[in-house]
Design a protein around this ligand. Structure first.
Ligand code: ADP
Length: 429
């Protein structure tokens, strides 16, 4: 029996999943963040050891490969022994905003690094810290956690490195980056899932892992969640009906359009493209409890179109599929019956979803063939029927939605990132 371990460092905590060669889950672990955590390095380290310790011993001995995902654009600086020289900057930290003007003079227009939360903007902010003189390496969260396991410094993957400016098409850092003269080691970038090194012998011995257990290059949490869905061919998509509406579509063609916040991650020789709208479950939650959503949904006839035409938002502004920072929420007229109101909301969100996929297609992405659904709204069959009227392709439940599971598939080598052009052409037939 050879097992694989996927570890997810997400926004609310760390999760681990051990799978067998058929993709079956044999063990799952969790370690939640404490509210008000200040020392993230200590917290992550404790979480990593806690997850390893939670795996039943019989399975630990059978694990052959391990992969880790982290939140995108969470970065830290370390000295040349891998010790952090200051606090990490988390994914949603926007202090990099101060660097945007400087960056915009160097970076090609509309590049993904031109965002206050990008790794590169954060790095420029960190360059002003007194502790920067001690820094030798810039690492992403997943890179540093991987280092704790395999002991190699300065290694990353092309999912984490995208928002550092790494050119995922040419597989090299771009020339314009040199103009920034960053005086430290940027990570060497590998394809996600590629073996990086063996688990350090002292860790293998302490936790009872087998010798020669391999740690492979990681990924980001949202890509890991996509991988968990089971989508793998061009035209397959995952809609996440969580607090916001997030679309991800596999395509043979790379598309980028900063106006709509659209960019593409590399996935072997395919591209994972997508966009996110501010509409979604957060608006439903504002008006209804989860129980009410279940109860009222049963009163809706989803085969009939609602005549209510809303743009459900909690505050003005959306980017995808309508790029308008001033776009006003449209939630009127409000019918007397709450289930009629809910019908209008679900119907309007289905239209926004459909318009999103249409926009991706118009920008050059492959046409939709299947949609897997994840997030809190995925279980709502009334909504699925409404969505079906607009989307006109099979809508399936994601096989799994846990990023840790997607990362375990990556560790197992189940995600074929090295597909040949021939393979991809075959899938078109
Ligand atoms: P997050 O993006 O916060 O991780 P989740 O995937 O956990 O979100 O989904 C939570 C959202 O799902 C909430 O905003 C809630 O309103 C919505 N939701 C929960 N149950 C239902 C339901 N039966 N139908 C539609 N939406 C639902």
């Amino acid at each position: 029996m050879t097992l694989s371990l996927g570890i997810d460092f997400g926004t609310s905590g760390a999760r681990g999943v051990v799978i067998d060669q058929q993709g079956g889950i044999v063990s799952a672990m969790r370690h939640d963040w404490h509210i008000g955590t200040i020392n993230w390095v200590k917290c992550w380290t404790e979480a990593l050891w806690s997850l390893l310790a939670q795996i039943p011993e019989v399975f630990r001995q059978e694990i052959g490969t391990i992969a880790i995902n982290g939140t995108s654009s969470t970065i830290l600086l370390t000295d040349d022994t891998g010790k952090p020289v200051d606090a990490p900057l988390l994914y949603n930290d926007s202090r990099g905003a101060m660097a945007l003007e400087r960056l915009s003079r160097i970076v090609p227009a509309n590049h993904t690094v031109l965002s206050a939360t990008s790794s590169l903007a954060k790095l420029l902010w960190m360059q002003e810290l007194p502790s920067f003189v001690n820094a030798r390496y810039l690492l992403h969260q997943a890179d540093w956690l991987g280092f704790l396991l395999h002991g190699k410094l300065g290694i990353s993957d092309y999912h984490n490195a995208l928002k550092l400016g790494y050119d995922v098409e040419k597989l090299q850092y771009p020339e314009w980056l040199e103009q920034l003269q960053i005086p430290l080691n940027l990570p060497q970038v590998f394809p996600p899932g590629i073996p990086i090194g063996e688990l350090l012998p002292q860790i293998a011995a302490e936790f009872g892992f087998k010798a020669h257990c391999l740690v492979v290059a990681g990924t980001t949490d949202s890509i890991a969640a996509f991988l968990a869905s089971g989508a793998k061919l061009p035209g397959e998509a995952v809609t996440s009906l969580g607090s916001t509406l997030v679309l991800k579509l596999l395509s043979r063609h790379r598309i980028e359009d900063a106006r709509y916040g659209i960019y593409s991650h590399r996935l072997g020789n395919l591209w994972l493209t997508g966009g996110a709208s501010n509409t979604g479950g957060a608006v439903l939650k504002h008006f209804f409890s989860d129980l009410e959503l279940v109860r009222l949904s049963t009163k809706i006839d989803p085969t009939q179109a609602s005549m209510l035409d809303y743009y459900p938002l909690l505050k003005p502004g959306d980017r995808f599929p309508i790029n308008d920072p001033q776009l006003l929420p449209k939630l009127e007229p409000r019918p007397d019956q709450p289930h009629d109101f809910l019908h209008g909301l679900l119907e309007s969100m289905a239209k926004i979803e459909s318009r999103g996929y249409e926009l991706l297609h118009n920008l050059g992405a492959d046409p939709l063939t299947h949609i897997y659904t994840a997030g809190g709204g995925a279980a709502n069959s009334t909504w699925t029927t409404i969505r079906q009227r607009y989307l006109k392709v099979p809508i399936l439940l994601s096989k799994n939605t846990e990023a840790a599971y997607g990362t375990a598939l990556l560790a197992m080598g189940k995600i074929n990132l090295e597909r040949t052009t021939e393979d991809t052409e075959k899938t078109e037939e």
